[in-house]
Ligand binder design. Structure first.
Ligand SMILES: Nc1ncnc2c1ncn2[C@@H]1O[C@H](COP(=O)(O)OP(=O)(O)O)[C@@H](O)[C@H]1O
Ligand SMILES: [Mg+2]
Length: 283
């Protein structure tokens, strides 16, 4: 938009100067020339603006199309399994222990599906600006401590150590504790999943200027620079060979939550393993 205005003003000045200055014209002619230049400028501005709107409309449309395609793919796979499982129970083909096992699988698929739909719903609400979170002064040290404690068992299951490194004193942010905990959970879950046995995951926090900065680091294979910002896009799961265990929504939701708090989230480039940083406003 700003560029369109600058181009319009420049076109207007250039047009007016070119027409009015060299020839000594009467007032009416100058006025006409100025009006013509203004018209040209306006047309240029409109054309530039339309082109920009068309481009961003196409980008939004393309992003929406990809999102719907990815969502339907992710819904279709567990739904197809569910249908088969339900049909074989229904037909009486499976009985006894096998039937119980199938019921267990059905429960798992339903849980995965409802998590997926919850995540999609949350993401679309945040992106639509539907945010009515209570923001309070949150003691991040406590929040990180609690989250790390809750993740210790799943980490231990994979032989991964997890620790919080906090500065002495308080690290306080203006935030919604539940949403920030969700970000921490997503980042720590990724870190644990990508760290080999005997490796460790560390969560750090510090006050930085008026802000608070949190870092979740792991000793996994790292995120290739080529994946860069894309890992924060919905449904992006990187190289399939690296074996995502989720729907690819964790980092997208984390970014939406952090940005809704007025903060930023990014990957530290060039570090061994993965280091994800995010900021929140201090309090
Ligand atoms: N700590 C990490 N180490 C290596 N790769 C990661 C890490 N965190 C995220 N990624 C990559 O980013 C992708 C997106 O992450 P995320 O949005 O949490 O989705 P999901 O965990 O469901 O795959 C992952 O599939 C993975 O390829
Ligand atoms: Mg994840």
């Amino acid at each position: 938009m700003k560029r369109a205005v600058v181009i319009a003003v420049a076109a207007f000045l250039a047009g007016a100067a070119a027409v009015a200055v060299p020839n000594r014209m009467g007032a009416t002619q100058i006025l006409l020339a100025v009006l013509a230049a203004a018209g040209a400028a306006l047309a240029t501005a409109l054309a530039v603006r339309l082109a920009m709107e068309e481009r961003s409309r196409r980008q939004i449309e393309e992003a929406r199309r990809q999102l719907v395609a990815a969502a339907s793919h992710d819904l279709r796979t567990p739904l197809a399994s569910l249908r088969l499982l339900v049909e074989s129970i229904d037909d009486g083909v499976v009985t006894g222990e096998t039937r119980d096992r199938y019921l267990g699988e059905i429960r798992t698929h339903v849980a995965v599906l409802s998590d997926l739909v919850d995540d999609l719903f949350e993401l679309s609400r945040i992106e639509a600006g539907d945010i009515s979170w209570a923001m309070r002064q949150v003691e991040l040290g406590d929040l990180i401590g609690d989250t790390v404690a809750a993740m210790r068992a799943p980490a231990a299951e994979r032989g991964v150590k997890i620790a919080a490194e906090l500065p002495p004193g308080h690290v306080v942010a203006q935030a919604n504790a539940e949403k920030v905990q969700r970000v921490l959970f997503n980042l720590i879950q990724n870190a644990i999943r990508h760290t080999p046995a005997d490796g460790s995951v560390t969560v750090r926090a510090r006050s930085e200027g008026g802000d608070v900065e949190v870092e979740v680091s792991d000793e996994g294979e790292g995120i290739p620079a080529a994946d860069g910002e894309r890992v924060f896009e919905a449904f992006y799961r990187g190289d399939a060979a690296r074996g995502s265990e989720g729907a690819g929504l964790g980092l997208a939701i984390s970014r939406a939550i952090v940005e809704a708090h007025g903060g930023k989230i990014w990957l530290e480039p060039g570090s061994p393993g993965t280091k994800v940083h995010f900021t929140l406003r201090g309090a």
